[in-house]
Design a binder for this molecule. Structure first.
Ligand code: UN1
Length: 508
């Protein structure tokens, strides 16, 4: 396979995991990154040891001290330059994402597009970090609020969006005046190295302090070091609810801030009034896209009884047309799972569904033979289940779609909400009253609720995140930037006396 994209992105056989700014700090140990596409070793990345971690935090701290003094619109110009580099390297980075993570090239390029879009958003934001002005209750007083950067933002990201989720956090955090330390998934370290190299290029061109963006490489032990570190003002983490629960406790114990984007168990309600073509397209992309490894992947279809049999048949037909194979081949819909552990979890989930009495209408399994030697390719499958099964209540990061039947919309909404997670949800209906009920306070309890589109593929302009075990954080668009800043309330007396608030007198 032609791997020109690796040279374009300056990915070598040995890469430095601990990059702070422009220089490298080489650890003694390395981790290797193998592609789930063909099992080939792509390259190695040096691990960040405790000594290098310490050096990086000190570098980030001093970078922050300088960076916070840069006017925000000037900070935006660095993000603009990075956005341009991403445009120039979109193809190469999209290919690397696809090769290291295994998602289809369409989705790899889409992920880089999300980065380009969040850069544009952040550049605009650099002139809009607004605070409010209030009327003081005291004579000749003015009251207003300002937003200041926090300090160092730690970003922990998952393998499934190896570049975009970092950029949602980092671009916004950096434009707000923070320095960032990024611990990418140890399953996709080369994507992080490539992003860091491009970011450093942009920062250098504009004379920005070197360590406003740093990366560290390692597993959960390094994540723990970052999380427990008092100097990290905010830890923004994407991953499983299990990981988030433990991280939140560590951060809370030091009264730090955390922003969590954790597991989803997303359902699509297909109403009696649904456009069936839209429903099928949305469901198949939601369940099969990224091989079911998005936190927004569609895991449950809650189908009105009148359409149940029809939907089943249409899904069977659609699944028979899914092309699974090398994700760098643009004609493929679905690539491999991330690794063999993920394949194991997928097979285990299938077995548990069967044990509970679930009925597979499209069966799963591992794909073998030529072109599939990495052992990570599986078939997307569909099972008829009950919502209360333990396994249905859990997020399995794999292309397993559950079908559930409903009679009334109230019951459908209840089923949709009746899981521990609360990230994304959708309803397919042509009937306004149903759509509005679904979006109302008595409707979906998720952070994202869509009508006539699927559960995945959120745009960067909205706030992204969810409720319950999804962790409550909001990243990316809207006013999510406020999570990366501290609010300061200022009251100024421009009079000649000192009136006290609440009318208190204190004369002496
Ligand atoms: C994730 O899976 O962690 O909405 C993020 C989506 C993508 C982001 C998913 N824009 O599906």
């Amino acid at each position: 396979m032609d791997k020109e994209f690796l040279q374009t992105l300056q990915i070598d056989q040995h890469n430095h995991g601990s990059i702070a700014g422009f220089d490298t700090m080489v650890g003694d140990e390395e981790i290797s990154s193998s592609s789930p596409v063909d099992g080939t070793l792509i390259g190695r990345v040096s691990l960040t040891d405790a000594g290098n971690y310490e050096k990086i935090v000190i570098r980030a701290q001093s970078a922050f001290e300088e960076w916070r003094r840069w006017p925000a619109p000037k900070r935006g110009s660095v993000i603009q330059a990075f956005g341009q580099l991403l445009r120039d390297h979109k193809d190469a980075l999209g290919n690397l994402v696809s090769y290291e993570m295994g998602k289809s090239i369409q989705e790899g390029l889409g992920e880089v597009q999300e980065m380009i879009d969040i850069c544009a958003f952040s550049v605009g934001l650099s002139r809009q970090l607004y605070g409010l002005t209030m009327h003081s209750e005291r004579l000749d007083h003015r009251m207003y609020e300002q937003w200041h950067p926090l300090g160092i933002v730690g970003i922990i990201s998952a393998f499934n969006f190896p570049v975009a989720v970092w950029s949602w956090n980092a671009m916004v955090a950096i434009v707000c005046g923070n320095a960032c330390i990024w611990k990418a998934s140890e399953k996709t370290p080369l994507c992080a190295v490539a992003c860091q190299k491009l970011f450093c290029q942009a920062a250098k061109a504009l004379g920005a302090p070197a360590a406003i963006s740093c990366i560290i490489t390692g597993d959960h032990k390094l994540g723990k070091m970052l999380t427990a570190d008092q100097r990290i003002s905010l830890v923004s983490a994407t991953g499983s609810s299990k990981m988030g629960k433990s991280l939140a406790q560590t951060v809370a114990a030091r009264l730090g801030r955390s922003l969590l984007e954790l597991g989803g168990n997303n359902a699509m309600i297909i109403s009696k009034h649904a456009d069936i073509d839209i429903a099928i397209r949305a469901a198949v992309f939601g369940a099969v896209g990224t091989a079911g490894q998005r936190c927004t992947s569609t895991r449950r279809l809650i189908i009105h009884q009148d359409h149940y049999d029809l939907i089943k048949e249409r899904l069977k037909m659609a699944y028979s047309q899914i092309r699974i194979g090398n994700p760098l081949d643009p004609s493929m819909h679905m690539g491999p799972l991330i690794d063999r552990d993920a394949v194991h979890a997928y097979l285990e989930a299938i077995e548990i569904v069967q044990r509970f009495g679930g009925n597979f209408i499209v069966s799963g399994g591992v794909i073998e033979g030529s072109g599939f030697q990495s052992g990570c390719y599986v078939r997307p499958c569909i099972a008829e289940v009950e919502n209360h099964y333990d396994i249905v209540q859990k997020e399995t990061f794999a292309p397993i779609l559950y079908l559930i039947k409903y009679q009334s919309l109230k019951q459908a909404i209840q089923l949709q909400n009746d899981v521990p997670q609360g990230l994304s949800s959708s309803i397919i209906t042509e009937y306004l009253k149903e759509a509005e009920l679904f979006l109302s306070a008595s409707g979906s309890d998720c952070g994202i609720a869509n009508v006539n589109i699927g559960t995945s593929g959120a745009e960067i302009g909205g706030a992204f995140g969810g409720e319950k075990e999804t962790g409550g954080g909001r990243e990316s668009g809207s006013d999510s930037w406020k999570s990366y800043m501290r609010r300061q309330t200022n009251t100024i007396n421009y009079g000649t006396t000192l009136p006290l608030s609440q009318g208190i007198t204190f004369d002496f």
